[in-house]
Write a protein that binds this ligand. Structure first.
Ligand code: UGA
Length: 436
């Protein structure tokens, strides 16, 4: 096996998981981040983010992992650099590439040998070619070959996804870069797709936008099922048995969130628009999702005209289970609306509360004193007039109808189809979910 010296810049989900996985493959990995506090925590063995299995792998590979905030020393001796910095949405939906170009500049200015510059950050199609051109025009003393290598990690299962990747996509037409990339990933033994840089970048966006589209599609079918007396779970199961459709990502719910689908749909739409093309399906995907996020609040109107003065229980805050991430989570748009109406809100989430409280600061015109954080789902339901479920945590799915008995009014609006409809209704719970 060939061992490489690799520098990974950016230590959030993608960067840290990539770094740890590369160390697990036997490479020596330097993790660089501008956030000094984060680096201190990483040095002490704290992964900062919650991701199953990450901490164990950090400990296991500690002799091959170096953490630093010093740009100058981080690139000394590096054969390969991985850029894993954020590409947040700008106001107009396009991806902000400032961090990527800043990281590339640091590589140009600090390397001491020829390097392969791998871009893992999700960047619009054409960015890697632009980056190569920019580098070729700079006065760097060394050769830098830019390679696109998008990530396909899902939060909550990122370590597993990385080590057992369905495919590793490598965008480069250079034989030297192909060889080095294949050697880096060889210990993982996963299938590799070689393509040019633009196609590699497109694989990432087209995959994420297709998954988002699949979710919006099943959500619309679910809304229609409610009107026509069909059950979307049965419908999805029946559809999914056709291998051309597949049974994954057909769970209807209160919309997709997270740091990827919302951002990547906006970015591809905006990129297409810049090239004079109206990407209609992606636009519809985004519109359906925005409406879907408010679906439970809309349903609550069947029972109460307003939530003013009511005790509202919220179970689950994160955009999906297994992560503490709240970016674009349905809870983030629903809870401010509830607060504006004057509800008294109790919330429960096993790991998302810390980030939720940070988010509260960003909620304007809301009286956050009206929010109480609870330790258990059952405690959250005490005296509640209505319950909203935003995330399908196992602790919620394991609940029995009698666990809702402490509510004033047993009205349960479930955005993630956690329970059996008949079982809930036979316990006299007014239970409404998505598409059933
Ligand atoms: C997503 C993709 O699944 C990854 O392949 C990709 O690498 C990643 O984005 C990325 O670009 O970095 P992630 O955002 O972590 O991963 O989460 P998902 O598991 O895909 O879930 C996204 C949202 O879709 C969640 O809010 C989830 O509740 C929702 N969802 C998912 C549904 O509503 N229904 C489904 O059937 C599946």
């Amino acid at each position: 096996m060939s061992q490489y010296n690799i520098t990974v810049v950016g230590t959030s989900y993608v960067g840290l998981v990539t770094a740890v996985a590369l160390a697990e493959c036997g490479h020596i990995v330097t993790c660089l981040d501008v956030d000094e506090n984060k680096i201190q925590r990483l040095k002490s063995g704290d992964p900062v983010i919650y991701e199953e299995g990450l901490k164990d792998l950090m400990v296991k590979n500690k002799d091959r992992l170096i953490y630093t905030d010093d740009v100058k020393s981080a690139y000394k001796g590096a054969d390969v650099t991985f850029i894993c910095v954020g590409t947040p949405s700008r106001e107009d939906g396009s991806a902000n590439l400032d961090y990527v170009f800043k990281a590339a500049e640091d590589v140009i200015n600090n390397i001491d040998r020829d390097v392969i510059m791998v871009v893992k950050s999700t960047v619009p199609i054409g960015t890697n070619d632009k980056l190569q051109k920019h580098i070729d025009e700079s006065n760097c003393d060394f050769d830098i070959e830019v390679v696109s290598n998008p990530e396909f990690l899902s939060q909550g299962t990122a370590v597993k996804n990385m080590l057992n990747a369905d495919r590793i996509v490598i965008g480069t037409e250079s034989d030297n870069a192909k060889r080095i990339m294949a050697e880096i990933y060889e210990p993982m033994g996963r299938p590799i797709v070689f393509t040019n840089r633009c196609s590699s970048e497109m694989i990432k966006y087209a995959s994420n936008d297709f998954l988002a589209l699949k979710i919006s599609y099943i959500n619309e079918i679910a809304n229609l099922c409610e009107l026509l007396g069909a059950d979307v779970k049965d419908v999805a199961a029946g559809m999914g048995m056709d291998p051309r459709i597949g049974n994954k990502f057909l769970n209807a719910g209160i919309g997709y969130g997270g740091s990827c689908f919302p951002k990547d749909t906006k970015a591809l739409y905006s990129l297409a628009a810049d090239h004079g093309y109206d990407l209609k399906l992606v636009k519809a995907t985004m519109e359906v999702n925005e409406l879907q996020k408010m679906r439970l609040l809309e349903k609550s109107r069947q029972y109460y005209d307003s939530l003013e003065g009511l005790n509202v229980a919220v179970l689950g805050l994160t955009f999906k289970p297994g992560t503490d991430d709240l970016r674009d989570a349905p809870s983030i748009v629903n809870i401010p609306e509830m607060l504006k109406e004057g509800a008294n809100i109790k919330v429960w989430d096993p790991i998302g509360v810390g980030n939720f409280l940070k988010n509260l600061d960003m909620i304007d015109e809301c009286d956050t004193d009206m929010i109480t954080v609870c330790d258990t789902p059952i405690g959250t339901l005490d005296n509640a007039d209505i319950c909203f479920i935003f995330t399908e945590w196992d602790e919620i799915k394991r609940m029995e109808p009698e666990d809702f008995a402490g509510m004033n009014n047993m009205i349960v609006l479930d955005g993630r189809n956690c329970f059996d409809v008949k079982k809930m209704r036979s316990a006299n719970i007014i239970y409404s979910s998505i598409g059933r």
